[in-house]
Design a protein around this ligand. Sequence first.
Ligand code: ATP
Length: 677
Amino acid sequence: MFGAVRRFGVSQALRASAPRSLSSGLAPQLLKWQAPSTWSPALARPFQTSFPALSAASAEAAEAPAASEQELITEFADLQKKGFVDASIVQNITSTARMGLTTMTDVQSQTLHQMLRGDDVLAQAKTGTGKTLAFLVPTMQNILSDPTLNTKQDHGRRGQASAADIRALIISPTRELAEQIAVEAMKVAAGTGLKVQTAVGGTQKKAGLQRIQRMGCHLLVGTPGRIKDIFSDPYSGVSAPRLNTLILDEADRLLDQGFAPEVQAIQELLPDPFKVDRQTVMFSATVPKEVMQMVKRTMKPDFKFVKTVRDDEVPTHFSVPQKTVFLRGYENALPSILELAKNYQARQQADPNLRPFKAIVYFNSTSEVNLAAEAFNNLKSEPGNSRSFSPLGRMKLLEIHARLSQGQRTNSASTFRKTPEAILFSSDVTARGMDFPDVTHVLQVGVPRDRETYIHRLGRTARANKTGEGWVFLHDGENDYYSERLGDLPLHEDSQSLPTAMADMSKGTENLSPATALTISQMKSAMEEVSPITRENTYRSQLGTLLQSFSSKRHAIRILNNLAIHGYGLPEPPAVSANIARNLGIAKIPELTIGQSQHRHVSFGQGSQSSDRVFGRRGSDRGSDRGDRGDRGFPRRSFDRDNQERGGRGRGRSSGSGERSTGFGERSSGFGGRPRF
Ligand SMILES: Nc1ncnc2c1ncn2[C@@H]1O[C@H](COP(=O)(O)OP(=O)(O)OP(=O)(O)O)[C@@H](O)[C@H]1O
């Protein structure tokens, strides 16, 4: 009987049993969580549900053979054979014409019974190990088994579903991830009659609501802002009076301070768990300690913690070489990336077994993403010859970040997904959960804001048992910050592969090898084609982020100034408003130019004598509060929480969701915003 064991009548023997070890050799850990000493019954009251009176389904459940529930199932086909999961679902997964999967991953096997049973589950497994299917399959099965949906009669023709039929809600921190989960859910649900709908920001709310009303919905996937919006709107026509499953994908992100208020608000808008029992499920590759407190407060006290990564094991994949390149200056970063791509292409031409170069390049601010994408798109194999081809041939060069419209974001993501050879310049909008096939390289410029960000970004490669490489590009001066955050990860310094990384960009190219000289000239020439306003604004936006990576602010500004001149080809470092300088605590640093600037086209080597006119005086915080207003194009507000539901250039904050707006240092994902509960 499909899903018969859900929620009801779970035997103590079953609860106490631990699963067998999997073939992977990893010792699986199933931790039955004890109510922590800090756990307060009053606080958790809504989640301490006494189980509802037995229904017809529960009577069936009581009869379900407990022994089979304990069995660790590792083949998808066995889910059907042993009566745990509906045949259509299993066929959708196993059929070679569809998903073509045979063996379950550790996290899929080890969460199955708890999920089917309706337990609260926290699952931690490495990136790219199939967590999405791990929560989708049992959740869908539970919906199919729900007696109140009268599924058996309706099976395969559940066209009459209504907008009030939502049984499961999946929340994801990003729009792209929500869409991706929904696409996977629809594949799994094909032919079952289950209705999957999405509710994400950046799309037309009204059209989405009408779709849900017209077609009905059993499983809703969305982003926090839009979900909250829908459930708090009495006129939305969409409600979930019988919702009994709440899933937080990328749970640690959803419980951090940027999202937690919205997620909590959503929980309050859901049916009273005293009246409608609710299973809460959380999945992520990372569960930092500080998030555990929040998890404990959100889940039932006896929730199950399924962990397929050992405490003493590094959380990244062994199969991914991870390299650190120390740069002479930040101006060497883009030429080094160009060199890496060209080198790989050359190797691939010689060795057809190598997969095409498909890389994601992460930066810590959206301005950097935009600048890098523009510069790479301007590349010419013969510097200065606009008719020459790109040195990267036909490689697609894409960008994605929150300052693009949702349409542009979706377009970039889907083009990157289907293009074999491409570079995606990205903010953290794609760092979590995105399943782009065949990514060969993940490159990170600058120290990521925290260890979790590094792990999730790196996880965009080497998914589903494939291989890949990770590279981090840093300035020498960031070493302390780097060691503090990533010191325990298996990163190895590579000082050989990329000579461009250590070239002195302030000098001519005479003493460099022809290949290095050409790469640098190509990059400098491409950068000159980018508008000076874009380059200047990128400098300003980097101030806030870079200052946090260096112990000496003055040192950071010198490094940034070198980048402005030798990397961005500006005649001198752009002026920064007095207000911003004061806020950042750098107003007294002599190397900082304070004031407003006028732009005109400039190119490498023109030097400061041909500089933009600078108003205000160097190293002074004089000037006025108007300073930042006068900086044309200055990113006035942070587009942090980059990976969230906002879209559209320059739109203001649309909800009180904890979005951090600092007005400077638009680090792409809320730098420093670790959750504190
Ligand atoms: N049992 C399986 N066997 C082989 N491939 C699988 C299996 N389950 C899922 N996959 C594939 O593995 C890829 C990664 O899956 P998924 O996106 O669910 O990973 P994840 O663990 O959620 O990763 P992340 O932590 O990055 O969110 C997908 O392409 C998916 O189709």
